[in-house]
Design a protein around this ligand. Structure first.
Ligand code: SF4
Length: 347
């Protein structure tokens, strides 16, 4: 039987196990500190634990399971990491440097079941949820790779729909956020969803101040269902009403991501529709992102003049809007692209 990864245990759970073994509970904090603060990569390194405890830990748990398969670096500093999991599945994570911040973009599933038409991950289908330890190990790998710099922000915008893997995601986030864990502030952690309404409602009741971002990409059901098939299950009216409820309960802003795709969702009529549906939301912000070209999917960004017209219209209507640059397009940094290419190379 394969061993459980030690990173799948929260502090309390580890305390309980140590207690059942006849060891003091406080060793759990020492173990977490070795893993998440001091960067230990084996139980042998935990020099302030008794030898018999280290041996018992070694017998009972695995330590690091992710294996680095490839790193690709973009001319803009974005770095994409391809990891091989224990079952040989592949996942991706990305570091995105910007002024005074380095963001780690993390995957939450192997593949994805929602098949959004602009997303290479959807093309590969869904294989399985990532465990909490696999999610945490992505973050640790990025952290170790940076050496002198620090990951300041985490976004769950890699492969997979994070709210579709709710329990493992939240378990990982609690360790990423904990002071005796990786120590990244909750407000610097963003969960990005395509609109899983039950997950949004559940998140509104958590005692965690994480940021929520919705991949909106269209302001009419007709276009959104074409881009994000999940819209047929959770149409815009219900999604916006769940967002309203989330803002009312948490008093936190929601960011709406809108990828501008040529000949599809980037003309003035779409800008009008967008401003209309956001009018009712008190705390909303829009990020406009010109699409990264994906040749397999025939996706292209609009002309710059069309992008600016779209943005200016929203500004005039009083929408809080930011135009973002697509990052890492020379290394296929859109979700799932590296895995897709690696998969092609492998076959
Ligand atoms: S955009 Fe997100 S939800 Fe949609 S297919 Fe890609 S990974 Fe899945």
């Amino acid at each position: 039987m394969s061993k459980r990864n030690i990173k799948d245990l929260g502090l309390k759970e580890l305390e309980e196990i140590l207690n059942s073994w006849g060891h003091q509970r406080f060793h759990a904090k020492q173990i977490h500190s070795w893993i998440y603060v001091k960067g230990a990569v084996s139980f042998d390194a935990m020099s302030d634990l008794a030898l018999d405890l280290r041996e018992r830990l070694k017998e009972s748990f695995s330590f690091f399971e992710l294996e680095l398969a490839e790193i690709v670096e973009s001319s803009d500093g974005t770095k994409k990491f391809l990891f091989k999991l224990k079952d040989n599945n592949l996942i991706e994570a990305v570091t995105i440097p910007a002024e005074r911040r380095i963001t780690g973009c993390i995957s939450s599933q192997v593949g994805c079941k929602y098949a959004c038409c602009f997303c290479a991950s959807g093309m590969l289908g869904f294989k399985r949820n990532l465990t909490a330890s696999e999610i945490i190990e992505e973050v640790l790998y990025l952290k170790y790779n940076l050496k002198d710099e620090r990951i300041s922000h985490i976004v769950f915008m890699g492969t997979g729909e994070p709210l579709d893997n709710y329990d493992n995601l939240l378990k990982a986030i609690r360790i990423i956020n904990a002071k005796d864990g990786i120590g990244i502030g909750a407000r610097r952690i963003t969960i990005s969803t395509c609109g899983i309404i039950p997950g949004i409602k559940r998140l509104a009741g958590e005692d965690l101040q994480v940021e929520l971002s919705i991949s909106l990409h269209a302001a009419s059901d007709k276009i959104r269902s074409q881009l994000v098939p999940l819209n047929k299950q959770y149409p815009l009216k219900s999604l916006i009403s769940a967002c309203k409820e989330y803002i009312r309960k948490t008093n936190r802003q929601i960011t709406f991501e809108y990828v501008l795709i040529n000949d599809l969702n980037s003309d003035l009529q779409n800008a009008r529709n967008l401003s209309t549906i956001l009018k009712d939301l008190k705390l909303a912000k829009v990020n406009l992102i010109p699409a990264n070209p994906i040749k397999e999917l025939k996706i292209e960004p609009p002309e710059k003049s069309e992008i600016l017209k779209f943005k200016d219209y929203l500004v005039e209507e009083g929408v809080n809007v930011t135009l973002r640059k697509p990052r890492g397009s020379d290394i296929e940094a859109s979700c799932g692209q590296l895995r897709l290419r690696y998969g092609e190379k492998q076959s």
